[in-house]
Design a protein around this ligand. Structure first.
Ligand code: G3H
Ligand code: 13P
Ligand code: ZN
Length: 307
């Protein structure tokens, strides 16, 4: 059942667990997400970046999710626009049946971020669509900006409290030290758990962890066994995800893990069967690998068994 992201995450917030928000831009990955959710009885959020929409079209991506949600009517699912960069982009997603939008105006200053987010909330709530915003900035591993002794790339709890109160946003992504992609930490993984707890205490709403891929050893190994290069890659360890959920995270954004798991199997077929020309024989094992990885992830997030 396709439902509002706000409704789905309110339940996770009250129940103290997190729902995986998994990116997709093709049928096979969307199928894998639903299959895994069905296997372990988990609610899910499926999400598309603006790049995914450019690649496949909002109408196509919505149609895939609508079809799958009708095939698995017992699975609560929200379709989220991931990192919408403008009011127009959010309106476009809402017009195409998305039930959640992220307005990512975190590259603007606080007041501008607040003003844009308020406008999105006004339109989205009229359509029963949940809204996510981001405070602080997700950076590359060495890009942190220090201003007046404070790390300006991390969320500021005072700002978070004011922002949530004034914007009416349903869930918030506070930057606590993660970044997108496969190379998240230079040394030991480190996240600002105390800061996270403070933001949760001050806002009292569902919180979102971006850049949450773990890059499990077996997934990295399967990619590297076929000559793939992920040297120096480092994800958020599974026990950090559990700590983040204890600290108030209810939506865990994951894309990189799905990409690696999927492409490792495509690479394997390329390597082992050089004369294979049927795309289905590449994508079938790739889809199965994503299902297996997601089943484990949903257990870590605590969403398994929550239907
Ligand atoms: O947040 C970023 C997601 O991994 C989406 O990435 O813009 O390449 O689709 P993308
Ligand atoms: P990863 O790159 O860690 O999978 O993060 C994805 C994400 O945050 C999408 O918004
Ligand atoms: Zn993100």
């Amino acid at each position: 059942m396709l439902i509002s992201g706000a409704k789905l995450l309110k339940k996770a917030h009250e129940g103290g667990y997190a729902v995986g928000a998994f990116n997709f831009n093709n049928m096979e990955i969307a199928q894998a997400i639903f299959e895994a959710a069905n296997e372990v009885s988990s609610p899910i959020i499926v999400q598309c970046s603006e790049g995914a929409i450019k690649y496949a079209g909002a109408d196509m991506l919505h149609a895939i999710v609508k079809t799958l949600s009708e095939k698995y009517p017992h699975i609560p699912v929200a379709l989220n626009l991931d990192h919408g960069t403008s009011f127009e982009s959010c309106v476009h997603a809402i017009a195409h049946g998305f039930t959640s939008v992220m307005i990512d105006a975190s590259h603007h200053n606080f007041e501008e971020n607040l003003a844009i987010t308020k406008e999105v909330v006004r339109v989205a709530h009229a359509a029963d669509v949940g809204v996510e915003a981001e405070l602080g900035r997700l950076m590359g591993i060495e890009d942190n900006i220090v201003v007046e002794g404070k790390n300006a790339s991390l969320v500021d709890p005072d700002e978070a409290e004011k922002f949530v109160k004034e914007s009416g946003v349903d869930y918030l992504a506070p930057a606590i030290g993660t970044s997108h992609g496969a190379f998240k930490f230079k040394g030991e993984p480190k996240l600002e758990f105390e800061l996270l707890k403070e933001v949760k205490r001050r806002t009292g709403i569902p919180l979102v962890l971006h850049g949450a891929s773990s890059i499990p050893d077996e997934v990295r190994a399967s990619f590297e066994q076929t000559g793939g290069d992920l040297k120096g890659s480092k994800g958020v360890p599974a026990n950090f995800l559990e700590l983040a959920i204890k600290g108030g995270i209810n939506k865990v954004n994951t894309d990189t893990d799905l990409r690696i798991a999927f492409m490792a199997q495509v690479r394997k077929v390329v390597k082992e069967k050089p004369s294979e020309i049927d795309p289905r024989n590449y994508f079938k094992p790739a889809r199965a690998a994503v299902v297996a990885m997601l089943i484990e992830r949903m257990k870590v997030l605590g969403s398994a068994g929550k239907i």
